[in-house]
Design a protein around this ligand. Structure first.
Ligand code: NAD
Ligand code: AHE
Ligand code: ZN
Length: 369
């Protein structure tokens, strides 16, 4: 079949809207009509050539929601008509990682996913006879996409696609990092670095679990009002304080934060986030994705004296099990999504979404097909 898609033909070039050929679902795969997709900073990072796994030409996009239109042989989990969210963190429930109960990082198809291919080692997408790579196993910047059955989460049918798609990455990543990875407890002091599409969800996650101080740090003063909408109690712009940001935050939290979250992808900020933690028990969670070649460092003494450095991918959420629950939390009013969708675009306008993100003018742009 044919599908309209925004293709990343080369790094650092705008996406081009073209008609692609899409092969139907093979054994264990499903064809999904993507109804809406968010644009996450990770898409921009890959398009900008900063991802060590970045492949071109490819169809980016990993924050979608849609409807199953066809299933391949052997598929039992979903049927045509089901509403689903594509999962860049699938959940096979059979691999060593899934069975461990210790991680959400299913390893069943990670190797081929990282090579831009389906589990059988081929692509379903092509343009003028040449294969186009899949991206993060999702490729939601295509109106139709093929996914392994283990890489879709079945969600309730009354959730609007335009907002539910955000649960495919940003909402689940931010809220999940608080609830699943850090396990923030009521009364804790929390510092969130970077108040974008992820950081604001960390903030609302911290509010949800009853954190005390929720301190937001951003270089963009416009983010103060945004943070406050979702539960932030204090805002700090590192450019506008006297002296060192770490010392400032340690003072503000009465000795250091119980939990800090990096939502910037900047390795210097990751260090500040660790060092702003309380001696003896503070936990810093790295969510931001750093560009290829970057490394983090700190004095080992920071760890010797009890600070803990952790990472979180997709908020520690088990794809098929937890994503539908996040959608339920939204539909039940426990978390908010609607105000964070600042821009609704057509596929033809998708490059504008990237511009708005780089200009700091959007929280989430969503393409509605
Ligand atoms: P975004 O562009 O919407 O937000 C980034 C925010 O960080 C902006 O408000 C910006 O002003 C702020 N910022 C940038 N540099 C800063 C600095 N030095 N100090 C303080 N604030 C700074 O991006 P997003 O969509 O929220 O994504 C944030 C990061 O999370 C990206 O690196 C993205 O790739 C990553 N991410 C990770 C996961 C995961 O599973 N680990 C999932 C989604 C996104
Ligand atoms: N491909 C990059 C790493 C990118 C990365 O860390 N991705 C996150 C999700 S970001 C979503 O917006 C993730 O889930 N990572 C776990 C995984 O298995 O990819 C690189 O450095 O090569
Ligand atoms: Zn993302």
């Amino acid at each position: 079949m044919k599908t309209r898609a925004a293709v990343a033909f080369e790094a650092k070039k705008p996406l081009e809207i073209v008609e692609l050929d899409l092969e139907g679902p093979k054994q264990g795969e499903v064809l999904v009509e993507i109804m809406a997709t968010g644009i996450c900073h990770t898409d921009a990072y890959t398009l900008d050539g900063l991802d060590s796994e970045g492949l071109f030409p490819s169809v980016l996009g990993h924050e979608g929601a849609g409807i199953v239109r066809e299933v391949g042989a052997g598929v039992t989990y979903v049927k045509p008509g089901d509403h689903v969210i594509p999962l860049y963190t699938p959940e096979c429930r059979q691999c060593k990682s899934c069975l461990s109960g210790k991680t959400n990082l299913c390893t069943a198809i990670r190797a081929t996913q990282g090579k831009g291919l389906m589990p059988d080692g081929t692509s379903r997408l092509s343009y003028k006879g040449q294969p186009i790579f899949h991206y993060m196993g999702c490729s939601t910047f295509s109106n139709f996409t093929v996914l392994p059955e283990i890489a879709v989460a079945k969600i309730r049918t009354d959730a609007p696609f335009k907002t539910a798609c955000y649960c495919g990455c940003g909402v689940t990543t931010g809220v999940g990092a608080v609830v699943n990875t850090a396990k923030v407890e009521p009364g804790a002091n929390v510092v969130v670095f970077g108040l974008g599409g992820i950081g604001l969800n960390v903030i609302q996650g911290a509010r949800l679990v009853g954190a005390d101080k929720i301190i937001g740090v951003d270089l963009n003063n416009d983010k103060k009002e945004w943070g406050e909408k979702f539960g932030m109690t204090h805002f700090v712009n590192p450019k506008e304080i006297d002296g060192d940001i770490v010392a400032h935050l340690v003072e503000l939290t009465g000795g250091g934060a119980d939990y800090t979250f990096d939502c910037t992808g900047n390795t210097m900020v990751m260090r500040q986030a660790l060092e702003a933690c309380h001696r003896g028990w503070g936990v810093s969670v790295v969510i931001g994705v750093a560009e290829a070649g970057k490394e983090i460092s700190t004095r080992p003494f920071q760890l010797v004296t009890g600070r803990v450095w952790k990472g979180s991918a997709f908020g520690g959420a088990r794809g098929r099990t937890d994503t539908p629950k996040i959608v339920d939390w939204y539909m039940d009013g426990k978390i908010q999504i609607d105000p964070m969708i600042t821009h609704t675009l057509t596929l033809e306008e998708i490059n504008k979404g990237f511009d708005l993100m780089h200009e700091g003018k959007s929280i989430r742009s969503v393409v509605v097909y």
